[in-house]
Write a protein that binds this ligand. Structure first.
Ligand SMILES: CC(C)(COP(=O)(O)OP(=O)(O)OC[C@H]1O[C@@H](n2cnc3c(N)ncnc32)[C@H](O)[C@@H]1OP(=O)(O)O)[C@@H](O)C(=O)NCCC(=O)NCCS
Length: 176
């Protein structure tokens, strides 16, 4: 199953995608507002991509590729879905910085939310965004996400603490 739009295509991750992810993980600008963990070697990351579990209701990861050139540019994940409520958590990033501000993430999120609400039958999608990440907050608001709360000083980068904003989108609020 793939999701196709005019600008981007969402497909399952492949082992061959590992090297691009490793490069993105070492780009301080792309990772600036992302939660990062301890260093992972290219060999470890490649192995992880070979052993990826199948996508499922609980966790579904998509590679974002350009429709025109099938170029891998980023990743979007829906995780921790709860069947009782139908709510899942979203993460997105575009590792290829030359593709920023061209509408790719807007379309990727529209494709994903449409599928999640119509086919997965989710009722809500939530996410956490660092308060200083203005482009991401603008993007989420544009799709209808609203702020639910603030985790004060819960994100640390380069020794500085930043607030994180919790946002959610109810199915009926989605601006498609
Ligand atoms: C955030 C991110 C996913 C956006 O992807 P993108 O493809 O550039 O997004 P789009 O082009 O679809 O939309 C970006 C919007 O932000 C706006 N924007 C850009 N810089 C901005 C700023 N400093 N302040 C406010 N809005 C800004 C753009 O104008 C555009 O809005 P518009 O369509 O109304 O004009 C991408 O920049 C990214 O991956 N960043 C690094 C990782 C990250 O921060 N991920 C999110 C973690 S919560």
């Amino acid at each position: 199953m793939t999701l196709t739009g005019d600008l981007v295509h969402l497909r399952a991750l492949e082992p061959e995608d590992a090297d691009a992810f490793w490069r993105w993980h070492h780009d301080p600008e792309a990772m600036r507002w992302m939660t990062t963990s301890y260093p992972e070697s290219l060999a470890q990351l490649r192995k992880r991509f070979v052993d990826l579990p199948p996508n499922s209701y609980e966790r579904c990861s998509f590679a974002i590729t350009t429709t025109a050139e099938s170029r891998l540019i980023g990743c979007v994940v829906l995780r921790d879905a709860t069947p009782e409520v139908g709510r899942a958590t979203l993460d997105i990033y575009l590792g290829e910085k030359d593709t920023w501000n061209k509408g790719y993430a807007t379309e990727a999120l529209r494709l994903l939310c449409r599928w999640a609400f119509n086919d997965m039958r989710l009722t809500a999608i939530e996410l956490t965004v660092v308060a200083d990440n203005d482009p991401a907050r603008h993007l989420y608001r544009k799709l209808g996400f609203v702020e639910e709360g603030r985790r004060r000083e819960s994100f640390r980068r380069d020794g500085q603490l930043h607030d994180a904003i919790i946002m959610s989108l109810l199915a009926r609020e989605f601006i498609d």
